[in-house]
Design a protein around this ligand. Structure first.
Ligand code: PLP
Length: 391
């Protein structure tokens, strides 16, 4: 018998920041007191700072999908034409959600592992000048691909539409210049790079988006962004907040501010790059090589091997939880996360374990080859600390 620590390597939930976890013990505070208001105001201010925007940023008590839904139900009108980009399971969620709310979705689809280009969005807007929204994932977690939201924003800016970005795994893994690029709605979730448990969704809302809220005719009640904004301005939330999660978030945001959002992003980028190099150095193929995301790396299982075997090997032999593919990608790929509280030590052990699992299942691996690739990247980075941060 050997000790197996549990290690979470999934793209949500992600490993918890210890001090944010411990802070949850102090949840015995009533939410309509000055004590809590003080915490809530600080969280709202820090959230805005970490988002890096002058737009309003609101937390909602829901998983990320609730914030996605709130963006639709608070900003659009029944029958509105919208352009929906999809290249994975989360893009498909935008398609289903916009349709569920009676929007007229013009769907721009790309195969799994690929992306929808900004040029296609530009063309679609030209062909549909009445479109009122463009929906996309900054990082498509199901395939490990990143979209060019900056390019898309440049196209959307010239139109009457707003850009609604599911950045649930984009925040903290890629630069998102909300004010500079003109990203109207940017959605986040607590269980991703924010390093705390699931249960909070976030969204930033631009003045252009607030303008659209004025004519919204879709039903909403619990997720009422105008009401939420008014509550937030008074240092409160509209409904009973998830007190423990807000307190936890306060600690996580403090940590992210100390580290710097740019360094959190650089950290994910470095780990993602090292993972790609390690995977290819042992002969594996990336699922989304063209525009890889730094939130999660999707790797194809070797020919003839079900990726579930690799997922099970990680869990049973090493206590490591990684993600299988979703939908039709199940069995084909496995996914390793980099967003939030991950470091190189996690990566060394993951790649070492991967080599053992592949070898045990008949795939020829020269032990240490992938680990050495990661070590090399660490060594190079350690000698160029400033470059790492800027990257
Ligand atoms: C995790 C995730 C979501 C949110 O899913 P929830 O289960 O509602 O938190 C949405 N989009 C992407 C891209 C995600 O990675």
């Amino acid at each position: 018998m050997y000790i197996k620590k549990q290690r979470l390597l999934t793209p949500g939930p992600t490993p918890l920041l210890p001090r944010a976890l411990h802070a949850m013990m102090a949840s015995d505070v009533h939410h309509r007191t000055q004590d809590f208001q003080k915490i809530y105001r600080q969280v709202l201010a820090d959230l805005k700072e970490v988002y890096g925007t002058t737009n309003d940023v609101l937390p909602l008590v829901s998983s990320g999908s609730g914030a996605m839904e709130a963006a639709i139900s608070n900003l659009f009108r029944r029958g509105d034409k919208v352009i929906v980009c999809t290249a994975g399971k989360f893009g498909e969620r935008w398609v289903s959600m916009t349709k569920a709310f009676g929007l007229n979705a013009v769907v721009l689809e790309s195969p799994y592992g690929d992306v929808v280009t900004a040029a296609r969005v530009d063309e679609a807007l030209a062909a549909n000048p009445d479109a009122r929204g463009v929906f996309v994932q900054a990082s498509e977690t199901s395939t490990g691909a990143a979209h060019d939201v900056q390019g898309m924003a440049a196209a959307v800016k010239k139109s009457n539409a707003i850009l609604v970005i599911d950045a649930i795994t984009g925040l903290g893994t890629m630069p998102l210049d909300i004010d500079g690029w003109g990203l109207d709605v940017v959605i986040g979730g607590s269980q991703k790079a924010f390093m705390i448990p699931p249960g909070l969704g976030f969204l930033s809302v631009s003045p252009k988006a607030w303008e659209m809220a004025k004519t919204c005719d879709l039903p909403h009640f619990y997720f009422d962004l105008k009401k939420e904004l008014k509550s937030a301005q008074g240092g409160e939330s509209s409904w009973t907040p998830a007190v423990s999660l807000i307190i936890s978030l306060g600690e996580a945001l403090k940590y992210i501010k100390e580290l710097g959002m740019n360094k959190l992003i650089a950290n994910a980028q470095m780990l993602a790059q090292a993972t790609r190099v390690a995977a290819t150095s042992i002969g594996l193929e990336l699922f989304s090589p063209g525009s890889p995301s730094s939130s999660v790396t999707a790797i194809k299982a070797p020919a003839g091997m079900d990726s579930g075997v690799i997922v099970k090997g990680f869990r049973n032999d090493f206590g490591m939880i990684i993600a299988n593919g979703q939908g039709s990608m199940k069995g084909q790929i496995f996914r390793i996360a980099h967003l939030g509280y991950f470091d190189f030590a996690d990566l060394f052990s993951m790649v070492g374990a991967l080599e053992l699992i592949l070898s045990a299942n008949g795939y020829p691996v020269q032990f240490g080859k992938g680990v050495a690739a990661v070590q090399q990247i660490y060594a190079d980075a350690a000698y160029q600390k400033e470059a790492v941060v800027a990257g």
